[in-house]
Ligand binder design. Structure first.
Ligand code: FES
Ligand SMILES: [Fe+2]
Length: 369
């Protein structure tokens, strides 16, 4: 049986942003059999009720603390594996088998959390906070010209590292030599464009890769090609990009990363493509390739003595998006810290800090090789 761990998320060190939805599972993984997930140190039992709605409960049973994720769904309610108490999706206890005729004490309520199921992903938030928007949409998800596959896994390292790593275009020829292959490309990076809401930005990067054969075939190309990548980043957990590879071939990716704990990250990565949609086995190959790429990234974070150095990082133009993400995350956390000591949280401005983009924006883009 899995261990049952339930902690105050604020104490976990995983720094969840209040009120924000975090991705915890692919829709297809959530059925009438509960699954275990951890978000910010909080153990969750996630299941689908009789109406097909996804429900997320604190995995620690309020009775004696058994793991509800090891239970089973009966008549739409989640039955604990220890004494069989049953909990509806809103956490209310609907049955105590040892005393079917007695009233159920009010304290028997399990904790439940807000869930959004959207475009194939299940999102959960542990706390409510005014003004926090729903998870961002992925435009190509409903476009019939695109075919999708997804992978999901739990990886070592902080969620912030994985988010930054996915924006980091210049590591590809070094870290992914075995999967992508190819030569060292120069990167042409436009300055990032900040959103109005201090929680999102867009960035554009162009790069000419000379990929190896394996990567070219996966991307439906025979020869070298250029990529024109437009990122849209929404803190804390979403990077969505459209990659124009020329010749009408376009790819979209949604990289989602949520902190299971301070040093553990759940990654859900969806890939849409408008090429090779007819080819049997292309999804399986794409999945294998994508897992290999993430495994290569994993080796970097596992070997990094300090995977998340903070303010004074040297940065080039290619690092602009990474720097901007780090800035937004620092600002969000600083606001939380300020609000936690203030009785009037809305009146607290974000603390001033040097703008890291000031160091990269003035650099002239390097010319294409
Ligand atoms: S521990 Fe869950 S019913 Fe007793
Ligand atoms: Fe990578």
């Amino acid at each position: 049986m899995r261990s049952c761990q339930s902690v105050d998320a604020a104490q976990s060190g995983a720094s969840l942003l209040p009120g924000c939805f975090y991705p915890v599972a692919q829709s297809g993984a959530v059925t009438h059999r509960p699954i275990a997930r951890t978000l910010g140190g909080q153990a969750l039992a996630i299941f689908r009720d009789d109406r097909g709605h996804v429900c997320a409960l604190d995995a620690c049973c309020p009775h004696r603390g058994a793991n509800l994720a090891d239970g089973q769904v009966i008549d739409g309610s989640l039955a604990c594996p220890y004494h069989g108490w049953r909990f509806a999706g809103d956490g209310s206890c609907v049955s105590v088998p040892s005393h079917p005729d007695r009233p159920i004490p009010a304290r028997s309520q399990a904790r439940s959390f807000d869930v959004v199921e959207q475009q194939g992903v299940v999102w959960v938030r542990l706390t409510e906070a005014a003004g926090q928007p729903p998870p961002p949409p992925f435009e190509v998800a409903d476009d019939p010209r695109y075919r999708r596959f997804s992978i999901e896994g739990s990886y070592p390292g902080p969620a912030d590292w994985w988010m930054e790593n996915f924006l980091d275009i210049s590591h590809v020829p070094f870290v992914h030599r075995r999967s992508f292959g190819g030569q060292h490309p120069r990167v042409l990076a436009d300055p990032v464009e900040r959103g109005v809401d201090d929680r999102s930005f867009t960035a554009r990067v162009r790069v000419h890769y000379t990929y190896g054969l394996w990567a070219r075939l996966i991307h439906g190309a025979v020869r070298d090609y250029s990529e024109d990548v437009r990122f849209r980043v929404t803190v804390p957990a979403t990077i969505y990009l459209i990659n124009d590879m020329g010749g009408g071939r376009r790819q979209a990716l949604a990289f989602l990363a949520s902190p299971e704990g301070p040093q553990r990250t759940r990654v859900i990565l969806s890939v849409w493509r408008n090429y090779l949609t007819w080819l049997p086995g292309a999804d399986a190959l794409g999945r294998r390739f994508t897992r290999q790429v993430l495994d290569e990234d994993q080796r970097i974070v596992e070997r990094s003595p300090a995977p998340m150095p903070t303010v004074d990082r040297p940065a080039m133009a290619a690092d602009g998006a990474v720097q901007e993400l780090a800035r937004l995350m620092r600002r969000a956390r600083a606001r939380i810290a300020a609000e936690s000591v203030s009785s009037e949280p809305q009146s607290q401005p974000a603390p001033h800090e040097p703008d890291p983009l000031a160091a990269v924006a003035h650099q002239k883009p390097e010319s294409r090789a």
